[in-house]
Design a protein around this ligand. Structure first.
Ligand SMILES: NC(=O)c1ccc[n+]([C@@H]2O[C@H](COP(=O)([O-])OP(=O)(O)OC[C@H]3O[C@@H](n4cnc5c(N)ncnc54)[C@H](O)[C@@H]3O)[C@@H](O)[C@H]2O)c1
Ligand SMILES: [Zn+2]
Ligand SMILES: [Zn+2]
Length: 377
């Protein structure tokens, strides 16, 4: 089959690789019809992780079931399914509690597994013609019959819609509250959208990209351009000097100032300063235990200068981590089915698998207009 293979920093190629096979009786094989490129792929694309060459990328997958293992009972050949980016077993101590991003059995090297991801197990991704889905009955989300019309909406249920929602969940967003979101990439836009779905009052989104801020404004959020004035000042101005009730971090360890200089702790410290005393924030932007490409020695080991004194003094709380997609994807799918949500508003490009190398280049450069790419293998 054809697949997007990682060869090294800024080098992905569409190549022929062996077709995936059913390996366990609980596996399902999916023919991919839509697969997204994520900001998380870019950390690997830029060589900021230890991902070994040869891995097929892609963890935002949707397609048609073409083969099932002997022990698969619920999912049938022909079903249209959206596959969470987490690979999880369903029966371990964490999965039982719904914490599928921290499954204890699917990654030999730690808690949590995902497709085409450094440090999260050996699984190949779905930027390819076919994908092997372990524990198919548990991991496949079946889609309703309008799926052909809303394929780019439903594919957002694999990662960024649940992840944006998770950020608001970790932050504890409630109706009527104000929320500040750092990052207007696809994840930040989904966090803003989710906060609005939850009935938040004032949703402020910080970034330096005109086009991304325009999309934030279009869905009803307040754009905050950090090239114009420090974002903390702008948030305090908009909240009577108090700070937002809640905050979401949707940028991660490659956070940078408007000149492009990286400061890994920048968004976290900005959150401490722009969220009110006793406010809470959710951090879904990725931070890594090791970053060989970091700008200084401390950051190379995932450590940083975090303003813990102010954080403690303000009595704030913070929750972090990968999204447990299965906690949310069924309900978010139903919002899409009932026309109450249409997260495909973030999609700027629908391209073929062969165009993946170009798509990576443009999306990685955060070129104006390249907000979110989905590929149709
Ligand atoms: N926790 C999870 O489960 C999960 C899932 C998906 C993605 N992620 C992570 O979420 C993050 C965002 O993903 P994305 O797809 O939106 O990526 P993206 O790279 O397209 O978007 C990040 C945005 O942050 C902006 N930014 C950079 N520095 C900033 C700063 N100091 N203040 C405000 N904005 C700043 C950039 O301009 C960019 O628009 C990434 O770290 C990604 O790995 C996490
Ligand atoms: Zn992702
Ligand atoms: Zn598990």
């Amino acid at each position: 089959m054809k697949a997007v293979v990682f060869h090294g920093p800024r080098d992905v190629r569409v190549e022929r690789v062996p077709d995936p096979q059913i390996e366990a009786a609980t596996d399902v094989l999916v023919k991919i019809t839509t697969t997204g490129i994520c900001g998380s792929d870019l950390h690997m694309y830029e060589g900021r992780t230890g991902l070994e060459p040869g891995r097929v990328l892609g963890h935002e997958n949707l397609g048609k079931v073409v083969e099932i293992g002997a022990a698969v009972e619920e999912v049938q050949v022909g079903d249209r399914v959206c596959v969470p980016f987490n690979v999880s077993c369903g029966y371990c101590k964490n999965c039982e509690r719904g914490l599928t991003a921290f499954c204890l059995t699917m990654n030999p090297f730690g808690a949590g597994a995902a497709y085409g991801f450094d440090g999260l197990g050996p699984y190949n991704g779905g930027q390819a013609e076919y994908l092997r889905v372990p524990h198919g009955d548990f991991n496949c989300l079946r889609l309703p019959s309008d799926r052909a019309l809303k394929e780019t909406d439903y594919v957002m249920c694999a990662d960024i819609f649940p992840t944006g929602y998770h950020a608001t969940h970790l932050a504890g967003v409630r109706p009527g509250e104000s929320v500040v979101i750092y990052g207007a990439g696809p994840v930040g836009l989904m966090a803003a959208y989710s906060a609005l779905i939850k009935g938040a009052d004032r949703v402020m989104v910080v970034d330096a990209h005109t086009e991304r801020l325009r999309i934030a404004e279009e869905i009803g959020a307040i754009p905050i351009d950090d090239r114009k004035a420090p974002p903390v000042e702008q948030v305090l101005d908009l909240t009577d000097g108090e700070g937002a009730d809640r905050g979401c971090e949707c940028v991660g360890f490659q956070a940078h100032d408007p000149d492009g200089i990286e400061h890994p702790s920048m968004t976290l410290n900005d959150l401490v300063r722009s969220v009110r005393p006793t406010g809470t924030f959710g951090v879904v932007g990725v931070f890594l235990p090791q970053d060989p490409g970091a700008c200084d020695e401390v950051s190379k080991h995932g450590e940083m200068l975090f303003d813990f004194g102010d954080f403690w003094w303000k009595g704030q709380a913070m929750a972090t981590g990968q999204c447990n997609v299965k906690t949310y994807n069924r309900h978010l799918r139903d919002l899409i089915a009932d026309d109450k949500a249409a997260p495909s508003f973030v999609v700027s490009h629908e391209l073929s698998l062969d165009e993946a190398p170009e798509a990576y280049r443009h999306f990685d450069a955060r070129e104006n207009g390249w907000t979110k790419v989905v590929l149709h293998p």
